[in-house]
Ligand binder design. Structure first.
Ligand code: ZN
Ligand code: FE
Length: 254
């Protein structure tokens, strides 16, 4: 079993500790900063054995070297982006697995937000660490990829079990909900979820993790086939990549 601890850092980042209970192997996923991670490890009485990076942005690798210096942990990241991952020791790519103790992660290459973005899926624990690719009610900005690439990347998540937990790297959900409602106002599940998100944020409760099932029902970036979405943005009957691209373009300007 994988024990997952969520650490809010900076203005809206989430860093995760993932500990394989059987072996005690403990990873931090996308350490934006080092001190809050060290503090949490001390509080829990855990030691760090691994860093799992999804992509090279500073708010995902900023703590790598200080953590590696202190704990001598193994840094895991994308083979296709190895030169941009500080301290990388182990390079992984599409379809490969990486064992954190007795918990196994399958790696997806998910270019779009960055060219070398990867995600880690712990199937046995229904946990997906997807960085800035999929967010609760949103998806990452396309800094280094095309809509076609990003749709292909997101499509890798569509068939995961519905109860797969989505451990994304930012708390962007409330703003994402406002946009989602603007493009799919007729989605009752989205309307209900949006109200729930407002209540949670008013109480300071994280809206992350979400699940694949909830995202499939409410996230416009996973729903380019939705008739209501297509109608609202004036793209009825268009192909999925074109609808996704227009949805992403509108979000950039929202
Ligand atoms: Zn990023
Ligand atoms: Fe980020």
């Amino acid at each position: 079993m994988l024990d997952v601890i969520q650490i809010p850092v900076l203005s809206d980042n989430y860093v995760y500790l993932a500990r394989d209970e059987a072996s005690g192997a403990t990873a931090v996923v996308d350490p934006a900063v080092h001190q809050p991670v060290m503090d949490k490890l001390d509080e829990l009485g855990w030691t760090l054995t691994h860093i799992l990076n999804t992509h090279h942005h500073p708010d995902h690798v900023g703590g790598n070297m200080a953590l590696k210096d202190k704990y001598g942990c193994t840094v895991v990241g994308a083979r296709c982006d190895a030169e941009r991952i500080p301290g990388i020791d182990v390079q992984v790519g599409e379809g490969e697995t990486y064992d954190l103790g007795e918990s196994t992660a399958k790696v997806f290459e998910v270019p779009g937000h960055t060219s070398g973005h990867i995600a880690y899926w712990f199937a046995g624990d229904n946990a997906l660490f997807c960085g800035d690719t999929l967010f609760a009610l949103g998806c990452g900005r396309l800094f280094e990829g095309t809509p076609d690439q990003m749709w292909t990347s997101l499509s890798k998540f569509l068939d995961l079990p519905g109860d797969t937990r989505i451990f994304c790297a930012h708390e962007y959900t409330q703003a994402n909900a406002a946009f989602a409602l603007s493009v799919e106002p007729g989605n009752d599940a989205l309307v209900r979820r949006s109200a729930e998100i407002d209540r949670m944020r008013a109480d300071g409760i994280p809206t992350v993790p979400s699940t694949i099932g909830v995202e499939l029902a409410t996230n416009p970036f996973l729903r380019p086939g939705s008739a209501n979405l297509q109608e609202t943005i004036g793209m009825t009957g268009q192909d999925l990549v074109a609808v996704f691209a227009e949805t992403r373009r509108r979000k950039d300007n929202f």
